[in-house]
Ligand binder design. Structure first.
Ligand SMILES: CC(=O)N[C@H]1[C@@H](OP(=O)(O)OP(=O)(O)OC[C@H]2O[C@@H](n3ccc(=O)[nH]c3=O)[C@H](O)[C@@H]2O)O[C@H](CO)[C@@H](O)[C@@H]1O[C@H](C)C(=O)N[C@@H](C)C(=O)N[C@H](CCC(=O)O)C(=O)O
Ligand SMILES: Nc1ncnc2c1ncn2[C@@H]1O[C@H](COP(=O)(O)OP(=O)(O)OP(=O)(O)O)[C@@H](O)[C@H]1O
Length: 565
């Protein structure tokens, strides 16, 4: 994608707009004494990140500015990664999980960064080194400013787009694709940002994180505005919310799928994880929210939002008829009718005011009915009327996008499905979704990723052995962790549960896939779970190409060629 160049801004204008103070250069002969923020402007660093001290130039003239900041400079964009510097950017050097970004300030300046923004710790690091020769600005909390700063430099592109955000442990990508598909059915031009795909109009851009870093995000939004995109659909991860990545966007409609414990290595506790997700539904972040209340955390979220800011967040129930707790949540929308149709479900979504949308999804599983209902409700919440939406969805064949690596069926006999289920709840849901259509044995192949959420490993083993006839434990993405140890932890959950389930361990994932596909009977279902669309596997710190779908296709070809065991 051709990057959209942000308009040049004067650094002093940026500093004034964000209340940034400057770090003066060490005076000649001062040696390598640290230059704490407090020496920048009287009263700092208390002033850092707050309105500039009256009368103090944001970027001082004269020889006491950091480096050669004797004249104001123009900045074009902002980045926190020196490897992204193309020339003219403000380099935002902040504390990271591994290293302080100030360590890369010299490289950023050498690559053409026009100025540096850092925090007091970064200022200390810079003070211990040779002057950078460019102005250095100071703020207490750089990540908290970065999104707003990037938005300012790109002309606040988010304000001219219709904006839809999805959060939740499972279902963000699928629902984002469904929402995108639904908006397109209405004739809207869309942009999509998420785990599997980033798309600006019709142009695909490689996805990195689920929710990009602030500068990258604002650049994408600017590209969407330039491309005449009407609506943005994006996944907003809990990491992104906790790390201010989406500031200062205010979404038109936010959606919540569900919550089960995940990413506790990052958030620490489920409460913190929930709080990060819930922050998306604050009025400062979303004008309207739709929350699936089949999930107990969804019910809690709705209840808290109703107390804090009544009327802004609305509930959606799929199982209100079957579950009193769900009905008690008094949702705005209910799925009042759902019946199997083809591979998926036909359903009616009724609103409290009596309006309804009748439509369908071809994606299998109860959870995909919930995802589809959420996508439809979010479009209704944006103000589209039910009749218009129903007609548009009819013409589009319902809410049935192709979602790479999500319940993707690659063969019918045996039925082979690749799915991204990589946590306990998702694996349980995926197994429940394929069980009804399974005539022969249900074979489930999966592993667990290294270096995070260890607690889920035996739990995934347990749900697999309880739901499947044959369980094959293999490697997922061990990263730097010993792969055998991860498999052992998964296998620990499979012992003593269901005696007639066969459990096997095949370390090499490609070999495991080949084995299960070649050994399957015509009526069996093989669920290859955990990696979905992913194409890189890291074992013992070494990354190599591995795509489950390619391995399945190769095994199916070998099977068709007579190599069936
Ligand atoms: C927790 C988190 O968000 N970490 C991100 C963060 O890492 P960090 O704070 O540890 O940064 P660091 O490596 O210490 O570096 C500090 C600073 O130096 C800069 N730097 C670093 C190295 C260098 O050579 N040059 C350079 O300029 C970095 O850009 C950063 O600003 O900044 C890095 C650089 O931008 C990111 O790569 C890294 O994301 C890593 C890859 C990550 O795995 N993030 C995951 C946890 C994540 O955000 N996932 C969510 C959720 C997914 C899901 O729901 O499944 C997502 O939204 O994708
Ligand atoms: N609503 C849902 N409830 C429970 N499980 C779901 C739901 N939707 C999808 N899943 C399961 O979770 C897996 C991941 O789905 P999806 O990629 O849509 O979620 P995600 O939230 O984007 O995940 P991640 O944050 O890990 O990228 C699917 O492959 C499926 O097995």
């Amino acid at each position: 994608m051709r990057p959209v160049a942000p308009a040049p801004h004067s650094l002093s204008e940026v500093a004034a707009a964000f209340g940034l103070v400057s770090v003066p250069e060490r005076s000649a002969g001062a040696g390598s004494a640290a230059v704490p923020g407090s020496t920048a402007v009287p009263g700092s660093p208390a002033g850092a990140g707050r309105p500039a001290v009256p009368g103090s130039p944001a970027v001082p003239g004269g020889s006491t500015g950091a480096g050669s900041a004797d004249t104001d400079v123009q900045v074009r964009g902002v980045t926190a990664d020196n490897r992204q510097v193309r020339g003219g950017e403000l380099f935002a050097a902040h504390t990271g999980g591994h290293v302080h970004g100030a360590r890369f300030a010299r490289a950023a300046v050498d690559a053409g960064a026009a100025a540096v923004l850092t925090d007091p710790a970064g200022a200390d690091l810079l003070a211990a080194d040779e002057p950078l020769g460019v102005p250095v600005l100071l703020a207490d909390d750089v990540p908290a400013l970065l999104g707003s700063l990037a938005a300012h430099l790109y002309g606040t592109p988010g304000e001219t787009l219709g904006t839809f955000a999805l959060t939740g442990t499972n279902g963000k990508t699928t629902t984002a694709f469904m929402l995108d598909h639904t908006l397109r059915a209405l004739g809207r031009r869309t942009g999509l940002i998420g785990t599997v795909e980033v798309r600006v109009g019709e142009r695909a851009v490689p996805a990195t994180l689920t929710t990009p870093q602030p500068a990258e995000l604002q650049a994408l939004l600017a590209a969407m505005v330039e491309d005449d995109v009407d609506d943005l659909v994006m996944e907003v991860s809990s990491h992104a919310l906790a790390l201010h990545r989406v500031d200062p966007l205010v979404y038109d409609v936010a959606g919540f799928t569900n919550l089960t414990p995940e990413h506790l290595d990052f958030h620490g506790t489920v409460e913190e994880y929930f709080a990060a997700k819930a922050s998306l539904f604050a009025p400062a972040r979303s004008r309207r929210g739709v929350v699936l209340v089949d999930d107990p955390w969804g019910r809690r979220l709705l209840s808290e939002c109703r107390s804090a800011h009544p009327g802004q967040v609305l509930g959606l129930a799929v199982r209100a008829d079957a579950d009193a707790d769900v009905a008690d949540a008094d949702p705005e929308w209910r799925v009042v009718e759902a019946r199997p149709e083809g591979t998926g479900t036909a359903f009616t979504l009724a609103r409290r005011d009596g309006s309804a949308v009748r439509t369908r999804t071809a994606l299998p599983g109860h959870f995909n009915l919930a995802n589809a209902a959420l996508a439809v409700a979010m479009v209704l919440a944006s103000g589209v009327d039910a009749a218009t939406l129903e007609t548009a969805l009819d013409a589009a064949g319902g809410v049935s996008p192709q979602v790479p690596g999500r319940m993707e069926q690659l063969a019918e006999h045996p039925r082979v499905i690749v799915d991204f289920a990589h946590n306990t709840d998702a694996l349980a849901q995926a197994i429940a979704a394929v069980r009804p259509g399974t005539v022969g044995r249900l074979v489930v192949l999966f592993g667990a990723a290294g270096e995070r959420d260890r607690v889920k490993r035996p739990e995934m083993g347990r749900v697999a052995v309880e739901g499947a006839d044959v369980v094959v434990v293999t490697d997922d993405d061990p990263h730097d962790e010993p792969a055998g140890q991860i498999r052992a932890e998964v296998l620990a959950g499979t012992t003593g549960a269901v005696p007639d389930t066969t459990v096997r361990e095949i370390a090499d994932r490609a070999e495991a896939i080949r084995t299960v596909v070649l050994e399957a009977d015509e009526n069996d279902t093989v669920l290859v779970a955990g990696r979905g669309h992913e194409t890189v596997q890291e074992v013992a710190g070494v990354a190599h190409h591995l795509d489950d779908r390619e391995e399945v296709r190769a095994a199916l070809a070998a099977r068709a060629g007579g190599q069936r065991r």
